[in-house]
Design a protein around this ligand. Structure first.
Ligand code: NAD
Ligand code: IPM
Ligand code: MG
Length: 355
């Protein structure tokens, strides 16, 4: 299979872990006789430094022409003082919007070898298998107006959702639940927010088309609590943009580290952007200790969702599992008696299983 993949390393540890994911994709291509070609482009702070803006037109063009996109991370203290309109994060939000990637799938993958790495009790985490589906191109992140008023002394952000935006993400939630454990939890704040009341109405309407899926509504504050007290009660969670952002970082605690979580940002065709859930981790950037498994598992999601290469995706996931079973881990995973290694050694351990 021939595929053109755009790589957007971005900033901080994004640049370090991108090399890991590329090496893994190259190993898979060699083993299964695929032809993957890679093109690197600038985004985030890297693009600000090179072009003065976080999302140059040539990056957008390259992404539009690609079969799939892999992103590292954007942002960092170096760009904290730039104008809000050209912050590194604007590059990421811009590419999601430009490509219409409205559904962000964040599987909370629990590896058995990491059960002890979570601060939560093993008996709480055991048996949990959650897919968070986060709406990605609407809500507070994009609503207008967003501005300062009263000489900068008040500020407004707008939480806007249209019926169409809610319907398509809720459908994604039902479709995903149907092929998993047939349970959908819709998370909102319908006791306060009008947009959440519309969201809940639409979930109820759609539920009639999916009688085989059991639906539950949870308010976001209670959902945040239940996610870490009884995670095994969840199957698929569908929620709006900001709630999904927060709940997915929280859910990473179940897996042992934020560095473990992959994600796929997709629309209704096969095009997708794949990225770890974590950020550019300025506190550890440049030290060679970042966990590369979130982006490596994101590359596996790319093979499965954009290219239909399920066997190859499983091969990567099994290789990661085997390394963890052998005791390999990076410093972010609190494991006693394992082999603590850096980014490159961790990557090499995975590559050993892909020969
Ligand atoms: N998708 C993205 O590009 C993305 C996501 C989140 C945050 N950000 C940006 O990243 C910057 C830093 O944000 P932050 O510090 O709040 O969040 P972060 O996710 O970068 O880091 C949070 C904590 O997790 C640790 N961590 C994250 N990924 C890790 C990995 N792979 N291996 C080991 N440890 C890891 C970090 O060291 C840090 O202690 C900000 O500019 C933010 O906007 C970008
Ligand atoms: C960097 C930021 C804009 C981004 C978001 O909030 O979507 C990040 O936190 C994420 O989870 O991908
Ligand atoms: Mg986030």
């Amino acid at each position: 299979m021939k595929k053109q993949i755009v790589l957007l390393p971005g900033d901080g540890i994004g640049r370090e872990i991108m090399e890991s994911a590329k090496a893994v994709l190259e190993a898979i291509a060699k083993k299964y006789n695929h032809e993957f070609t890679f093109e690197k482009h600038a985004i985030g702070g890297d693009a600000i430094d090179q072009h003065g803006i976080p999302l140059p037109e040539e990056t957008v063009q390259a992404c539009q022409n690609a079969d799939a996109i892999l992103l590292g991370a954007v942002g960092g203290p170096k760009w904290d003082t730039v104008s809000p309109n050209i912050r590194p994060e604007k590059g990421l939000l811009g590419i999601r919007k430009a490509l219409g990637l409205f559904a962000n799938l964040r599987p909370i993958l629990g590896f058995k070898a990491l059960l002890h790495a979570s601060p939560l009790k093993q008996e709480i985490i055991e048996g949990s298998d959650i897919l968070i589906i986060r709406e990605l191109t609407g809500g507070l992140y994009f609503g207008e107006p967003r501005e300062r008023r009263d000489n900068g002394n008040s500020a407004v952000d707008t939480l806007l959702y249209t019926r169409e935006e809610i319907e398509r993400i809720v459908e994604k939630g039902f479709e995903s639940a149907r092929i998993r454990n047939k349970h959908l939890t819709s998370v909102d704040k319908a006791n306060v927010l009008e947009s959440s009341r519309l969201w809940r109405e639409i979930v109820e309407e759609k539920a009639k088309e999916y009688p085989d899926v059991q639906v539950e509504h949870l308010l976001v504050d209670a959902a945040a609590m239940k996610l870490i007290t009884s995670p095994s009660q969840f199957d698929v969670i569908v929620t709006e943009n900001l709630f999904g952002d927060i709940l997915s970082d929280e859910a990473s605690v179940l897996t042992g580290s934020l560095g473990m979580l992959p994600s796929a940002s997709v629309r209704t065709d096969g095009v997708g952007l794949y990225e770890p859930v974590h950020g550019s981790a300025p506190d550890i950037a440049g030290k060679g200790i970042a966990n590369p498994l979130g982006i490596i598992l994101s590359a596996a999601l790319m093979l499965r969702h954009s290219f239909g290469l399920d066997e190859e995706a499983k091969e990567i996931e099994s290789a990661v599992n085997a390394c963890l079973e052998e005791g390999y881990h990076t410093a972010d995973l609190a494991i006693k008696n394992g082999h603590q290694v850096g980014t490159i050694e961790m990557t090499n351990a995975v590559l050993e299983y892909l020969k």
